[in-house]
Design a protein around this ligand. Structure first.
Ligand code: MN
Length: 294
């Protein structure tokens, strides 16, 4: 069966938090993977990163990483100083991931997270800058055994890569075994004409998969067609990771950055979120079974 994971900030309103607590919690609920923001790695000593890795190994949890790139490190910037600073920054994050044995990075990691507030008739100059950066970043990913997953996200979060087709084009132009495409059901619901077709288009270039509902609640709670989604994953014989990334609580850095301005579950205390996590894990396992993937 595909490894199933959860993003730590389902629970936490700030990006950095007590990783050990969530390693233990994810294992207890029955997940295989815990994904968290990669940036806090830069503030951690190598010993602390190794300690987290050991905790995760002992709990049977794989740690994967995600980031929304700080716009001060925008690797698609037309400003060469900023672009080169971003290349160094991402290379450092990849090196820190290697310390903890991390092999997978997702998110908006090919441009600053957000849309440039300029009139833009043609995004190609930014695309070219990003590609130039990525060719340098991916060399470090190759050295460190990290797979760089280019996540297509909706138009309110980037101008560069909104669709599966754009992600495929980008990855083809970087041309490395250590780069692939990440699709996320929440973003696909906004940008794709047909979610199943988008998944089939990416096919064997799909290196990770994020799940979340149309309104970013837990899979199964909203109106996405999960039979279409898991059916398409079965069509491409997808064996990779499936990580849920719901956000249901207002407040904190996460509420600000993800634009969650109301609670999307009733009484969002820790016990409620635990129960939602258990619910979505079961929902996805049932979907995998139904579509012959388990
Ligand atoms: Mn995602």
């Amino acid at each position: 069966m595909n490894k199933l994971g959860i993003f730590m900030n389902f629970w936490e309103k700030n990006w950095d938090a007590d990783h050990k607590k969530y390693i233990d919690k994810a294992a207890k609920i029955g997940f295989d993977i815990l994904e968290f923001q990669a940036q806090p790695l830069l503030e951690m000593s190598d010993d602390h990163i190794r300690e987290l890795r050991k905790r995760a190994d002992d709990a049977g949890i794989e740690l994967t990483y995600s980031l929304g790139l700080d716009r001060n490190y925008d690797v698609s910037s037309l400003d060469e100083t900023m672009r080169l600073g971003g290349v160094k920054y991402l290379q450092n994050i990849i090196r820190k991931m290697q310390v903890g044995g991390g092999t997978l990075l997702s998110g908006v990691s090919y441009a600053g997270w957000g849309c440039p507030n300029v009139v833009m008739d043609d995004k190609r100059p930014y695309w070219e800058q990003s590609l130039k950066s990525m060719k340098e970043i991916v060399k470090v990913a190759e050295e460190c055994g990290v797979t760089y997953c280019v996540e297509a996200v909706n138009r309110f979060e980037t101008c560069l890569i909104n669709t599966a087709a754009e992600a495929l084009d980008y990855v083809a132009q970087v041309d490395s075994p250590n780069i692939g495409v990440l699709l996320d059901t929440y973003h696909m619901n906004i940008e794709e004409n047909n979610i199943g077709d988008a998944i089939r288009l990416v096919g064997n270039k799909l290196t990770s998969f994020h799940t979340g509902e149309n309104n970013r609640t837990a899979p199964g709670r909203g109106h996405l067609d999960w039979d279409e989604i898991f059916g398409a994953l079965a069509d491409i014989n997808y064996k990779g990771r499936i990580v849920s990334e719901p956000f249901v609580m207002q407040g904190g850095e996460v509420g600000r950055d993800i634009h969650v301005f109301r609670d999307l579950v009733e009484n969002p205390c820790e016990a409620t979120i635990d129960a939602e996590a258990a619910y979505l894990l079961n929902f996805e396992k049932e979907m995998l079974k139904k579509h012959g993937m388990a």
